[in-house]
Design a protein around this ligand. Structure first.
Ligand code: SDX
Length: 436
């Protein structure tokens, strides 16, 4: 007897005296989605979903998150395995190419990264006109969109070939632009990338070396930085990645789309949270005498300005697996640097313990997210708070690129253009100014 044909799942939608059936899609890990592509054509109705809490934008092969179980995988690999066994650029290659590189692929990718690590000398002058207090995220976004002026061919790029110049140029130059924006902010001369250094060694050297300071990156700091960048490499349809996909859906270039993603990430509710966490902890030490109870009480009062930064997540309703690795790496790094008694770290651990014991946080499944400990580690590395979100952007860049490419190559994708429900005034006669 032939096997019973599996009837595809569907959802029945009844409105008035009519009903329609819509297919239910099942993802690799069993997630379910009702495909409402034909809803408005059939029923005249649209859906309303502020913040897209319940709405999927696409099918994606890049990252899987199970928010209830605290699972994060990139192209099928668990974040714990990638964090333990890879360097950041290997994960970048995996996200963009869909596979981990073999020895030959790794060598050619590394050579490309090195070849494109410098920025055009004319771009250096752009930095000179920024005030010292310019936020590095503003500089980063402006510089990325300016890259298209130096590489006009990007507008015609269809990016068919594998890890191509455009992608590698951006991956390599963003790190240089980030370090240059820091040097600009402290009035020190730029330090150029070196072919003798790895990706993270180069970044740290460009940040901390100077004509009067023979700096050599500490291998423990380099390892920690690789880990933190891996933890930030991708996170499916988060706000900034959705912006990159959205801008790319209009046919905008990769550089223009990434510049927009950088601006979205800057927000304190998103990537700006790592800077906000450290500022919150330092404020508690300075103004609340290190007492976390008042901060927790204020956070429970719903004042948006009093939210516990680094806590809560739209998807994770348990401990963010990245936060677990970030905490462990942060503790090891600070111990290695002789800062195990750092008051900010101790306060963070106490705040986490107390918040997790609070019914308010338990009822809402609010746990530390990736931003809670990363800023403490970056601070220990000597990186200033206004550079923390820049490091988030460096980490997230391969994820943004992978999603931009996936969206561009998806045959069903079209320009993003959500619907709305109009709630404004009905038609009314025009009134000339003298009669208003
Ligand atoms: C990132 O999407 C991603 O994947 C993002 C990210 C990535 O890798 O790209 O993981 C990176 O952005 C991490 C999040 C960094 N942001 C912060 O740490 C800022 C503080 N966190 C929150 O503002 C908040 O938790 C969000 C923005 C992260 C998530 O917000 P949601 O999903 O919109 O949840 P919500 O605002 O509707 O809150 C649900 C409830 C509310 O209470 P009730 O109205 O139900 O009574 O929880 C409360 C909120 O008031 N709440 C908090 C809180 N976060 C949520 N209360 C106090 N402190 C908090 N941090």
């Amino acid at each position: 007897m032939s096997p019973k044909k599996k009837v595809p799942e569907s959802v029945r939608f009844t409105y008035g005296r009519q009903s329609w059936s819509y297919p239910v899609l099942t993802g690799t890990e069993g997630e379910k989605a009702v495909d409402i592509t034909e809803l408005r054509r059939d029923t005249g109705l649209v859906t309303l979903d502020p913040g897209f809490v319940n709405s999927g934008a696409c099918l994606s092969d890049i990252t899987f998150i199970d928010g209830e179980k605290g699972v994060l995988r990139h192209r099928g690999y668990a974040i714990e395995d990638l964090a333990e066994h890879c360097v950041f650029l290997e994960v970048a290659y995996l996200l963009i190419m869909g596979k981990l590189p073999d020895r030959k692929e790794w060598q050619s990718f590394s050579d490309l990264m090195n070849r494109h690590s410098m920025i055009h000398e004319d771009m250096r002058d752009f930095f000179l006109n920024y005030p010292e207090q310019a936020h590095p995220m503003a500089v980063l976004s402006a510089m990325v969109v300016s890259l298209s002026s130096f590489y006009p061919e990007i507008e015609q790029e269809d990016l068919k070939e594998p890890i191509d110049i455009t992608v590698t140029r951006l991956l390599s130059k963003l790190r240089t632009i980030a370090a240059f924006s820091y040097k600009k902010s402290i009035g020190e001369p730029f330090v150029y990338p070196s072919r003798r250094l790895t990706y993270c060694e180069n970044f740290l050297n460009m940040m901390f070396s100077s004509p009067v300071n023979d700096y050599w990156p500490d291998p423990v700091v380099v390892r920690a930085l690789n880990l933190f960048l891996i933890l930030h490499a991708d996170h499916e349809q988060n706000c900034s990645t959705s912006v990159v996909r959205f801008v790319g859906s209009a046919g905008s270039s990769l550089y223009a789309s990434i510049a927009a993603g950088i601006c979205a990430l800057w927000g304190p509710l998103h990537g700006g949270a790592n800077q906000a966490v450290t500022e919150m902890l330092e404020r508690i030490l300075r103004e609340d005498g290190g007492k976390v109870d008042r901060v927790i009480d204020r956070a429970k009062k719903k004042d948006p300005r009093a939210r516990l930064m680094g806590f809560g997540h739209r998807i994770y309703k348990t401990y963010d697996p990245r936060a677990r690795i970030a905490k462990e790496t942060c503790m090891k790094l600070l111990a290695r640097l002789g800062m195990q008694n750092d008051p900010v770290l101790q306060l963070a651990v106490e705040l986490e313990e107390k918040a997790l014991a609070e019914p308010y946080f338990q009822e809402r499944a609010l746990y530390p997210n990736v931003d809670f400990y990363t800023g403490i580690a970056y601070r220990a590395m000597g990186i200033p708070a206004n550079m923390f979100t820049v490091l988030f952007a460096l980490g997230r860049l391969p994820g943004w690129i992978a999603h931009w490419l996936e969206n561009r190559r998806d045959p069903v994708q079209k320009i993003g253009r959500p619907r709305q429900v109009y709630n404004g005034p009905a038609l009314r006669p025009f009134v000339p100014m003298d009669q208003r």
